[in-house]
Design a protein around this ligand. Structure first.
Ligand code: AMP
Ligand code: MN
Ligand code: MN
Length: 359
């Protein structure tokens, strides 16, 4: 389970933790087997951090190397040209007892699905992450809640391993950084984030081409699907304690009618959350009969991770999610009540304040 957001946020990695991670990697024998795992339904940060680090390990001479994620092995369309994809294996083919497991962008064991058993069976486990809600699973923690993306932690570990950036590594880390900062628009886009972007761009990668591929390319069917789903968006100005709630849902039937895969719906929340009249936005994406993957965002007035954690999920203060069960009306009712509770708590002035809202 995820830690309650009211618990103290984890601190930055210590020198001892960095040293332990470096030695777990460099002390492996030449035939040592490493398994890289990122979270279920991988986003740009999960895949980019994992594959970028995988390419770095390759440069170090690691040969017995696999990268994987739980669930269907399908890579979302926008990421199908990412460097390092040849490292990927389906979860069913992942090494059952690797010498070392390294997890990327995974806040809790539940996000590892069927691959969670590798943690117990591996000789050692390193966790690279930036979620304040990280539950500190695994052995060696490189968890930096102030990092804009897990790829920030990855770059630091590559430096400590003496691996220089090349264009392949840089493209992976750039996709990760651009995804989690909303293309360098969110508040955690610090000078350090732009400095990292500058180091990545200096390898010669093309930001325009990468952004078009990752953010601005969609099949026509997806454009029509968005039309249907956005057309049923509801605005509740009195929701979220009067800050406004906007929400919509997409069914499996919507997807099949337009011939689209579920990951097509991932950017949908960005089209809903721009609603001026609402602080909180929600998208319910059907994953099975009576089961919904719920994405929530706030513009700053609401701690949506409180709501998500209360409903069995997790995330960041301004970007969180959970799995909802039952008909749409019941899931939205549950969100409404938890939002009222969260805004009442925030009104008392003890909302968790440290998290930055990064996905
Ligand atoms: P998403 O809306 O899918 O982009 O997710 C936003 C953030 O919420 C992610 O970075 C995750 O940290 C978190 N999150 C989403 N779904 C879940 C879930 N079912 N369980 C735990 N955390 C989740
Ligand atoms: Mn992620
Ligand atoms: Mn991330």
């Amino acid at each position: 389970m995820l830690a309650a957001v009211s618990q103290p946020a984890p601190e930055q990695p210590t020198e001892a933790e960095w040293a332990a991670a470096v030695s777990a990697i460099t002390r492996l024998p030449a035939d040592g087997r490493i398994l890289l795992i990122c979270h279920v339904n991988p986003d740009g940060d999960a895949l980019g951090s994992m594959l970028g680090f995988g390419l770095g390990l390759r440069r170090l001479g690691v040969r017995q190397l696999q990268a994987t994620f739980p669930g269907r092995p399908e890579v979302p369309e926008p990421f199908r040209e990412m460097p390092g994809l040849d490292l990927l294996v389906p979860a069913t083919a992942a090494d059952p007892d690797p010498d070392l497991v390294i997890c990327f962008d995974v806040a809790a064991v539940s996000r590892l699905g069927d691959l969670a058993d590798r943690l117990d069976r591996a000789g050692a486990a390193i966790v690279l992450d930036h979620h304040a809600s990280n539950t500190r699973f695994g052995g060696i923690h490189l968890v930096d809640p102030d990092a804009a993306a897990t790829s920030v932690v990855v770059e630091k570990l590559l430096v400590r391993l003496g691996v220089p950036l090349d264009a392949g590594i840089a493209e992976c880390l750039y996709i990760a950084l651009a995804t989690d900062t909303g293309s360098f628009r969110f508040d955690m886009t610090t000078p350090a984030v732009h400095e990292m972007a500058a180091r990545l761009l200096a390898t010669g990668i093309r930001p325009g081409e990468i952004s078009r591929r990752i953010f601005d390319t969609r099949p026509f069917g997806a454009v029509r699907l968005y039309g249907d789903v956005l057309g049923r968006t509801q605005l509740e100005p009195s929701g979220a304690g009067g800050l406004g709630l906007v929400w919509t849902y997409a069914t499996l039937e919507d997807l099949s009618r337009h011939g689209q895969r579920p990951y097509t719906l991932e950017p949908l929340i960005d089209s809903v959350r721009c609603t001026a009249e609402a602080d909180v936005s929600c998208v319910l994406k059907q994953v099975a009969e009576g089961e919904w993957a719920v994405s929530m965002r706030s513009k700053g007035g609401t701690d949506v991770s409180r709501v998500a954690v209360a409903l069995g999920g997790g995330g960041h203060r301004l970007a969180a999610g959970f799995t909802g069960y039952g008909p749409v009306s019941e899931v939205v009712d549950a969100i409404r009540s938890e939002l009222d509770r969260a805004t009442a708590v925030a009104g008392r002035g003890d909302a968790a304040g440290r998290d930055q809202g990064q996905p």
